[in-house]
Design a binder for this molecule. Structure first.
Ligand code: 2NL
Length: 339
């Protein structure tokens, strides 16, 4: 019997478990009522009395060793944080990377928020358009030279299917459906057949705005755009309007803001003029109102349009427009803290 006790003692010394569940199985195997150690105790009752003293001593030592060993195994699981799966729950979790909003979306959202505070709603419409909504209703007659201002993507087999060159087409759709007052902005993607360079792309984004009601004046236009410029570029921003031409507005103007980088002192962003152009605007031509069923004797309105890329490049000092469309993470990651 002593031999079997010693054999079991060796066995118990080298016990190992990799989960709490395995440790419990070992406790059952050795220490439960029918376990191997308990069986030896049963057998102990049958041995001759003169052997009991010596064998009893060794047997008690075996029992203590078994208890200690199995408790030790169990405690190792309780204290190192390993769950039954064997996973170490004290390790840091696997982190997952948060994306960031695209810089064009950040700026578009900012523009939408600013105009929302002035009561402008947002509307959108199709990118694939027809001649009527992109040109005809906006005062571009078929042979008008102004059509040359846009290099348009047409579908070769049907010139009445084209990619919109500005979001003014959405404004036409709104005017055709809704009588004034109309106060809305129109963010969206537009397409022009231009050679791609650091400053131009064949796909870009615009926000246009339209305000039509009784007695809307050029002063309303100026004040709205001044508020917008101060909100987007800072309270010290000044604006200036230069006469210009668009087929759908009369009078028309281009608007500059005082250079947000040098504060108007002159730098290479403003080409040492102190001013940077950010948008075009004007009073909606009465012919445009009439073409969409709005009485130009009763209503007047102003409209404006800006390129989101241009404004984003100015705001974040981005030197190449192509960066917006390359999805290079090294570029996009730089906007993680923006917004
Ligand atoms: C620019 C200039 C402009 C408009 C857009 C507009 C729309 C309607 C009627 C009249 Cl339906 N005008 N839009 C007016 C003036 C300028 O955009 O430089 N855009 C990037």
């Amino acid at each position: 019997m002593l031999d079997r006790i010693n054999q079991l003692a060796e066995e118990i010394k080298s016990l190992a478990a990799s989960t709490a569940e395995e440790a419990e199985q070992l406790r059952i195997k050795y220490l439960s009522k029918k376990g191997l150690v308990s069986q030896l105790f049963d057998e102990f009752k049958t041995i001759p009395n003169e052997q009991k003293r010596e064998v009893g001593k060794v047997l008690n030592v075996l029992k203590t060793q078994a208890l200690d060993k199995i408790n030790e195994l169990k405690e190792s699981f309780a204290s190192n944080g390993q769950g039954e799966s064997g996973a170490d729950l004290t390790l840091p979790g696997t982190s997952f990377e948060l994306g960031s909003r695209h810089p064009l979306s950040i700026v578009k959202n900012e523009i939408v928020d600013i105009f929302a505070r002035l009561g402008f709603t947002v509307a959108d419409g199709p990118e694939i358009e027809d001649d009527h909504h992109v040109f005809e209703a906006l005062n571009f007659p078929p042979e008008h030279p102004a059509r040359d201002m846009q290099d348009t993507f047409f579908i070769a087999t049907n010139p009445d299917v084209l990619l919109r060159t500005h979001t003014s087409s959405v404004q036409v759709r709104v005017m055709e459906k809704q009588q004034p007052p109309i106060r809305a902005i129109f963010p969206g993607r537009v397409f022009r057949n231009e050679a791609i360079s650091a400053r131009a792309h064949c796909i870009f984004h615009q926000v246009e705005g339209l305000y039509i009601d009784k007695n809307v004046s050029f002063a309303d236009l100026k004040q709205t755009l001044l508020y917008f410029s101060k909100e987007l570029f800072g309270a010290d921003t000044k604006i200036r309007l230069r006469p210009s031409y668009f087929p759908f507005t009369e009078p028309s103007a281009e608007m500059d803001i005082s250079c947000s980088l040098c504060g108007g002192k002159g730098c290479n962003v403003c080409k040492y003029t102190g001013w940077v152009e950010i948008l075009g605007c004007g009073m909606v031509d009465p012919a445009v109102l009439e073409a969409s069923g709005i009485d130009s004797n009763e209503y007047t309105g102003f409209a404006f349009g800006m390129g989101i890329e241009r404004i984003t490049m100015l705001k974040y000092q981005i030197k190449d427009i192509r960066l917006f469309f390359e999805n290079d993470k090294r570029f996009l990651d730089q906007f993680k803290s923006a917004e």
